[in-house]
Design a protein around this ligand. Structure first.
Ligand SMILES: *Cc1c(COP(=O)(O)O)cnc(C)c1O
Length: 401
């Protein structure tokens, strides 16, 4: 069923369509470009996580990484809850049969209707400011909203997306958190715990573990200010996947061991407090690929260009976001091209925009118009994180196998 082999992690340069699912057939059925997500690969990843993580640690899926309804439904039976960033994501989870109590809403700028939707279904709201706490208490009018406070820690997780340390729009600064906790205690809100999320997409197990230990220490420091004992400490996520040349996969076994220690320490310092993790890209990123067709092949002053029928409007992170970092590219390959000679090409999308570029001077099997090019590690932050309306070209199909 998998594009390569049933359980293979899809890696650069090792692609073909020899699996039982033919990419060429999918391209015929759905047209190009399309995203392909393989459910079995998601299941497998969840299995690896469950094996590595301490028992009792709650695992939430962050819907924004890939909000495809079929994926949310698939995960509903496998994770302990969902992290949602809007009323619409919350509705997706409810539509998949998830109970409101298993949802947690985060985001530095929640609308009134986001907050109202969370209260209505009994979701936890992760508060990101004192004003938001007041607004929520007012909106909840009678119903008691369950809340966590997101704290901007004094440290950060050095990774691609930094969300802690220094001035941030996320959460309340740790030095103000005591005061805000006291304020929350004076409001008609059901305080349940803290949320610390210092960064995303990190491949260094040691750095993630260190951030978790620091988050735990911070939570213990804030405990005296909390209006109620901590029932939950959300450690955020940060587990990365390798997308660029030279990156090594996260050592999940080592991280798991370190997290067992964190869990033991938490049991000692924060009794009866459950730990949770919220992961997006680590759950779905490696289970998905993007497939586009070569429209044009052209030579320009010594360079060979392949122009695909999909680009930054579908897959911003693999194209437009790399403006200024053109030496980086996602792993990609020419479908069925294993036996062809390699050549150096620049791979572009179809848009009238120079930053619509997949890779520069990449060695790929020789390709002609009509050939399919597959981009791996594309299951997270693909279509949902891309400017799909730019130049009004067709959307990519979403195939869930
Ligand atoms: C986006 C997000 C996540 C998931 O991040 P990934 O890098 O996809 O794992 C988790 N928690 C919060 C609050 C987020 O905003």
């Amino acid at each position: 069923m998998l594009v390569r082999k049933q359980t293979a992690r899809w890696q650069a340069g090792a692609a073909d369509d020899s699996g039982s699912l033919s990419l060429a057939e999918l391209a015929e059925s759905f047209g190009t470009p399309f995203y392909l997500t393989v459910s079995a690969a998601i299941d497998e990843r969840i299995g690896e996580l469950r094996e590595a993580l301490p028992a009792g640690m709650r695992l939430l899926y962050s819907i924004k990484a890939n909000p495809l309804l079929g994926i949310v439904a698939r995960l509903a039976g496998q994770v302990d809850g969902f992290d949602v960033a809007s009323a619409a994501e919350l509705e997706s989870a409810l539509a998949c049969g998830v109970s409101g109590g298993a949802l947690s809403m985060t985001g530095p700028g929640k609308r009134d209707d986001d907050l109202a939707a969370a209260v209505a279904c009994g979701a936890r709201v992760v508060l990101e400011s004192e004003d938001e706490a007041r607004r929520l208490a007012r909106l909840a009018a009678g119903a008691t909203a369950r809340v966590l406070l997101r704290v901007n820690p004094p440290f950060e997780l050095a990774a691609e997306a930094r969300m802690g340390g220094g001035p941030r729009k996320f959460g309340v600064d740790s030095e103000q958190a005591g005061e805000v906790l006291r304020a929350i205690g004076r409001l008609p809100l059901a305080f349940e715990g803290l949320h610390v999320y210092p960064g995303s997409n990190c491949l260094d197990a040691g750095a993630i573990a260190a951030a978790q230990r620091a988050a735990l220490a911070l939570a213990a420091e804030l405990l005296p200010f909390a209006p109620a004992p901590l029932r939950t400490l959300n450690l955020g996520g940060g587990f990365g996947i390798p997308c660029f040349p030279g990156e090594q996969p996260l050592d999940l076994a080592a991280l798991g061991e370190a997290m067992h220690e964190v869990a033991r320490e938490a049991a000692r310092r924060l009794p009866a407090c459950e730990l949770s993790l919220e992961l997006g890209r680590y759950v779905v990123g490696e289970a998905g690929a993007y497939v586009a067709r070569v429209l044009e092949r052209k030579a320009s002053r010594g360079r060979t260009y392949l122009i695909l029928d999909g680009g930054l409007h579908h897959h911003w992170h693999a194209t437009g976001a790399l403006e200024g970092r053109r030496h980086l590219h996602f792993p990609m390959w020419v479908v069925g091209g294993d036996d062809r000679p390699l050549e150096e090409v620049t791979v572009c999308g179809p848009l009238c925009a120079p930053h619509d570029t997949w890779a520069e001077n990449l060695s790929l099997p020789r390709a002609a118009p009509g050939d399919l090019v597959i981009v791996y590690q594309s299951g997270a932050y693909g279509a949902g994180a891309s400017p799909v309306g730019f130049m009004q070209r067709p959307e990519a199909a979403q195939v869930l196998a």
